[in-house]
Design a protein around this ligand. Structure first.
Ligand code: BEZ
Length: 210
């Protein structure tokens, strides 16, 4: 069965570009952006890997580690990283899983046979420090992902956890958030002394940056 939001991210031990990792040990206490790409030495993947490396300070600011995966070997990954660094003007430091036998790709449902029976599609799992899957996203092989959205959703998950709120359509950090319908007005007044705006009984905005 496909992995779902709220599931514990399955554990695995595997070779990566920075040595063998046990996923649960490695990811303990931090958020993880775990993402697959179809293959090394391909153009779209090269740009995505470069962007992930360039955004290292942004991920770090969010206590989030990046972990890539494709069904290639460590040697192939290491050779390809040289191309990524040169062409994308970066230094890639995060680990990339070498999943040549597709063991982890199958475990995480990253192989979509109508796209390819041997290579992973562009899957994203955002996993929280308790190892729960908090977001899944799947892109086809020929479409590069939007990394602004990946950072935005990390921000939304973290601000939601910190404040017990939800985020509206197209929310951006710093803008108003939504008080969930499960919170009564009486409780909202206690929880948000800065006040809130009620548009409808079930549509209430609050500014948690105040
Ligand atoms: C790419 O990374 O460019 C790519 C990989 C597989 C299929 C299509 C594009």
């Amino acid at each position: 069965m496909a992995l779902r939001i709220g599931d514990t991210a399955p554990n695995f031990t595997i070779a990566t570009t920075v040595g063998e990792i046990n996923f649960h040990d490695w990811e303990k206490g931090k958020w993880t952006f775990f993402f697959s790409h179809p293959a090394d030495f391909t153009p779209v993947c090269t740009t995505e890997m470069g962007r992930t490396a360039q955004l290292a300070p942004e991920f770090e600011a969010r206590n989030c580690a990046s972990l890539g995966l494709s069904t290639d070997t460590v040697d192939e990954h290491l050779k390809w990283i040289e191309d990524v660094n040169t062409t994308q003007n970066t230094t890639l430091k995060f680990p990339i899983v070498a999943d040549a036998d597709k063991r982890i790709a199958e475990l995480y449902g990253m192989i979509h046979p109508s796209e390819s029976s041997t290579a992973a599609v562009r899957s994203v799992f955002i996993i929280d420090p308790e190892m729960k899957i908090r977001l899944t996203m799947t892109y086809p092989m020929a479409v590069g992902r939007n990394f602004d959205e990946i950072l935005r959703v990390l921000d939304a998950l973290q601000i939601g956890d910190e404040n017990g709120i939800a985020t509206p359509v197209d929310w951006q950090p710093g803008s108003k958030v939504i008080i969930p319908p499960t919170v009564s007005n009486a409780d909202a007044e206690k929880k948000f002394p800065q006040g809130f705006e009620q548009i409808l009984p079930y549509l209430r905005y609050v500014d948690v940056s105040k």
